[in-house]
Design a protein around this ligand. Structure first.
Ligand SMILES: CC(C)(COP(=O)(O)OP(=O)(O)OC[C@H]1O[C@@H](n2cnc3c(N)ncnc32)[C@H](O)[C@@H]1OP(=O)(O)O)[C@@H](O)C(=O)NCCC(=O)NCCS
Length: 282
């Protein structure tokens, strides 16, 4: 995949993920072409960043000039990560997905660990299981919070680029690999908040809920999640593994709805905690 392929690749994911997007986000865009442009723009920006920082992990399948499938993978500190993977609906289930995943997995051959957010598509789950990933079911909370339940949030401040070293160190402690250059992308796209006391640290990117959260203890993680709930009337917080039951506690205390969707797929590692992963950058 080249940077010029990114807009057409975004269209492949819009069509390939249409059913999942509609179910997960409860926003009905009946025609995949109607996926909100701002979501598409974030996708293109992210994929160009990943091609720029790790081109060997990104591949396309094409017939004539038409893209039929895409895979976007990348490596950070000996961890292989899968950001996006889709085949257009008419070509699914015919082996194209397997052919695309093979060079992406090969790109991560020297890695110790692997991590990705899997959809509930049974075809995707078969591919990840066959590649040696263990599947950890995930929950999400969403809805309009009961504002009378939101506590005063202390020790949380706006974050800046000056916090990246602290954040990378929290990443290594929770996830086993820093996000590194990905923080440069995330801070452009989302609001960053940081919590730092003498004994605990954590950070979160927020956008109508939590986009990514990592902390050294559950109390700090809960504080950051409360900040995300306090700053939005329409909250969606996903990627909650059972190991992160503190997030279920906070979500239900705010009277959000608890649901299940997808899996955190891991190779040679335990589910990170306290941690809510980013959908594509994990
Ligand atoms: C996931 C995806 C990229 C895989 O691509 P694909 O071309 O469909 O994959 P393949 O045909 O190589 O493999 C699909 C596997 O599921 C099996 N399969 C096909 N149809 C199936 C169905 N309806 N239910 C369960 N399994 C099915 C196939 O037999 C094959 O398994 P096998 O190799 O063990 O026989 C594609 O299906 C897709 O775009 N899905 C929607 C978007 C998505 O969920 N992406 C993953 C994001 S994490």
């Amino acid at each position: 995949m080249t940077p010029d392929d990114a807009p057409a690749a975004e269209r492949v994911t819009a069509v390939g993920f249409h059913e999942l997007d509609t179910r997960m986000f409860r926003r009905s865009w009946p025609d995949p072409q109607l996926r909100p442009p701002e979501r598409g723009a974030i996708w293109v920006d992210r994929v160009r960043h990943l091609i720029g920082t790790d081109p060997g992990g990104c591949w396309v399948a094409e017939r004539d000039d038409e893209l039929l499938g895409i895979v976007v993978s990348f490596v950070r500190e000996k961890m292989w990560l899968l950001a996006s993977y889709a085949v257009v609906p008419d070509s699914q289930g015919l082996g194209l997905g397997q052919a695309l995943l093979a060079p992406a997995l090969e790109h991560g051959r020297g890695c110790l660990r692997g991590m990705l957010n899997a959809s509930s598509d049974p075809k995707a789950v078969r591919r990840y299981h066959a590649a040696g990933f263990t599947l950890h079911p995930q929950m999400f909370v969403r809805g309009s919070p009961d504002r009378t339940q939101i506590p005063v949030v202390e020790h949380v401040r706006e974050g800046t680029e000056g916090d990246f070293d602290l954040m990378d160190s929290v990443d290594r402690r929770t996830r086993g690999a820093a996000h590194g250059v990905d923080h440069e992308l995330l801070i452009r796209q989302f609001r960053l908040v940081v919590s730092e006391t003498s004994s605990a640290q954590g950070y979160a990117y927020l956008d109508g809920g939590v986009v990514l959260l990592a902390a050294t203890d559950r109390r700090t993680a809960s504080r950051l999640m409360w900040e995300s709930i306090a700053s939005s009337d329409d909250v969606l917080i996903g990627h909650i593994t059972p190991e992160n039951s503190w997030a279920v506690d906070v979500g239900l205390a705010a009277r959000l709805e608890l649901n299940q969707e997808g899996y955190l797929a891991l190779r040679n590692m335990r589910p990170p905690k306290p941690y809510l992963s980013h959908g594509a950058l994990m």
